[in-house]
Design a protein around this ligand. Structure first.
Ligand code: FAD
Length: 397
């Protein structure tokens, strides 16, 4: 029942508030007090909002905001392949567009990637803005930001969604700064307040202690980045068609400050947690590096799974950071997630809640992971995992 307003203040969502005062202790910076609650909570009108909405300044402002219509998704492509997160966002964006009763558009840019346009329609876009230019061959902040900003200024979308990839995080910040609008990074849920046409962007805040729903009341477009695997991809509709828009964009390579001279691919073992179907993740409960390798890597090898880790295991130096799952690691959505010796801190749970089945092994029957898992085993990983290995191997063969 909480959100953070444009000024960074914790506010109560009046219609969800039952005046229990439970939120006061939850806010770690003590920003909430009962007298702050608007008059007429419990489903009645928010008097402060209602009063503001009637003032002449508010009317001019609402007129200004009403020029903005439509939901956009930035379609990220690398080497001519659309990243799955863009398809996931088309699914999420479609639901927002439906609630706002507007079109869903994909913004695709690159160097001769027009072959990807049909796929954007198939995953739900009604319209595709396609910008083709040699300067857009590799991602660079300047030209990509310029194109996105020019399009947004010309076509005035009310919502822009961007995948929270390395590229997306860079682009979103640059675009929001240039457009002087609000950006909520790393959202885990998106919704619409249809009455006020507000994007309700929810993300963990204050170290994951609360889920904050952030709104941009006075600025458009409303922007959000969303991590891969957080939203479910909608099923594609083969041969679905939409409207192609190819705006004229001026880009002068000589005025761009950066050049890509060479792309060197990362060497070494590739850890692909985001696409893994089965993950064996270990935490501090594995005791030390040897325990982690023996139990986690051992089981993962036996059942052909990907290894993951809690932050405690990474910080202890047992595995590299690329294995970390959670708020400051990777978000995953496997069919089976095995949590071995992981307590289930909220910062870990936000990264695994898209899993179909969570199996937890922990000696502590009160460990929070048992509140979230599908199957829980109270016991010592060093005794349980050897007993589980063969049956799991047979089951998953
Ligand atoms: P612990 O919490 O210490 O849990 C170990 C568990 O092992 C215990 O429940 C214990 O009962 C059990 N155990 C012990 N021995 C055995 C045994 N022999 N057999 C079975 N069970 C056993 N954490 C993440 O994981 N990912 C993140 O991305 C992340 N981001 C964070 C961001 C911020 C801003 C902050 C503040 C924290 C973040 N954390 C993150 C840290 C998080 O709060 C926890 O500290 C961390 O997840 C704990 O890891 P753990 O469960 O392995 O360790």
């Amino acid at each position: 029942a909480l959100y953070i307003d444009d000024n960074g203040l914790c506010k109560v969502i009046a219609k969800n508030c039952i005046e229990c005062g439970g939120c006061i202790g939850v806010c770690p910076v003590g920003a909430i007090s009962l007298p702050q609650l608007p008059v007429g909570v419990n489903g009645k009108s928010d008097s402060l909002t209602a009063a503001a909405a009637k003032s002449p300044a508010a009317l001019v402002e609402s007129d200004k905001l009403s020029r903005f219509r439509g939901v956009w998704v930035f379609i990220e492509q690398r080497e001519g392949q659309i990243l799955p997160v863009s398809m996931e966002l088309l699914g999420a964006g479609g639901k927002l567009a439906q609630k706002l009763d507007v079109e869903l558009s994909g913004v695709l840019m690159g160097d001769q990637v027009c072959g990807l346009v049909d796929k954007v329609y198939e995953y739900g876009a009604d319209r595709v803005f396609y910008i083709d230019h040699p300067s857009l061959h590799y991602y660079r902040t300047e030209p990509y930001m310029r194109v996105m900003v020019d399009l947004a200024e010309k076509y005035c979308p009310e919502v822009i969604l961007i995948g929270a990839t390395t590229v997306g995080r860079d682009l979103a910040g640059a675009v929001a700064t240039e457009l002087k609008t609000g950006l909520t990074a790393d959202c885990t849920e998106l919704d619409i307040d249809s009455g006020q046409r507000l994007l309700l962007a929810t993300r963990p805040a204050f170290g994951g202690n609360i889920m904050a729903t952030i709104v941009a009341r006075r600025h458009r477009p409303q922007m959000a980045t969303i991590r891969p695997k957080v939203m479910r991809m909608a099923a594609p509709v083969p041969n679905r068609k939409g409207v192609l828009v190819q705006p004229e964009i001026e880009l002068d390579e000589n005025k761009i400050l950066t050049r890509v001279l060479e792309v060197i691919k990362e060497q070494g073992e590739k850890v692909n947690l985001q696409d893994a179907e089965i993950i064996v993740a270990g935490g501090r409960g594995l005791g030390d590096r040897t325990g982690f390798i023996e139990i986690c890597f051992g089981l993962a090898r036996a059942i052909d799974a990907q290894v993951g880790a809690s932050r405690a295991a990474v910080e202890a130096g047992w595995v590299e950071q690329k294995y970390q799952i959670g708020q400051t690691g990777v978000t995953v959505a496997p069919k089976i997630y095995l949590a071995l010796g992981i307590s289930g801190a909220v910062q870990h749970l936000v990264g695994i809640k898209g899993s179909d089945i969570i199996i937890a092994v922990n000696t502590d029957p009160d460990a929070p992971i048992f509140q979230e898992c599908t199957y829980g085993i109270v016991g010592d990983v060093f005794k349980i995992v050897p007993l589980l290995t063969e049956p799991l191997k047979e089951l998953l063969a």
